[in-house]
Design a protein around this ligand. Structure first.
Ligand code: 5GP
Ligand code: ZN
Length: 144
């Protein structure tokens, strides 16, 4: 059941724009508009659940598989030195959107990224270019 006040439900429904890199029956993945590093992607279930505690098993499993596929594509497209999956629950964990999501976060040695990174708007053109590369890599990894 979508939550009418939830920004990610609106993205899932196509009511507000997002730069998507993947979609399937249960999940979508789109570029974070405040990328902590280039190639930062969010994986979300289509169904609304505020956090990990509330996630139905099928959607949780689907998000894990999508996160793996996106991480592989990010590794191929962005060639980072590492990738973190980050998933926040509650204000102490810096959760700012109450619709479950997994951050696929490219990492570089010396980037000095801390868990509660601040939100800084990214350049839309650069984010779109990164998305194009990740989409191409998703297609390539679909083939293998
Ligand atoms: P959290 O802080 O809850 O772990 O992560 C929420 C993420 O959602 C943040 O990284 C933030 O940049 C991202 N975000 C918030 N609103 C939007 C939006 O409207 N579009 C996109 N693409 N990302 C968003
Ligand atoms: Zn929602």
């Amino acid at each position: 059941m979508p939550d009418p006040t939830c920004i990610f439900c609106k993205i899932v429904a196509g009511e507000i724009p997002a730069i998507r890199v993947h979609e399937d029956d249960r999940t979508i993945a789109f570029m974070d508009i405040n990328p902590a590093n280039p190639g930062h992607v969010l994986v979300v279930p289509r169904g609304h659940a505020p956090d990990l505690y509330a996630m139905p098993a099928d959607d949780l499993a689907a998000c894990a598989l999508t996160a793996q596929r996106v991480a592989r594509a990010v590794r191929r497209a962005v060639t980072p030195e590492g990738v973190n999956l980050v998933q926040a629950n509650g204000p102490g964990a810096a959760q700012s959107v109450m619709h479950f999501h997994v951050h696929v976060l490219p990492r570089f040695q010396g980037d000095d990224l801390k868990l509660n990174w601040g939100l800084t708007p990214g350049d839309l053109e650069a984010i779109s270019e990164m998305a194009e590369k990740i989409r191409d890599a998703m297609a390539a990894s679909d083939a293998t």
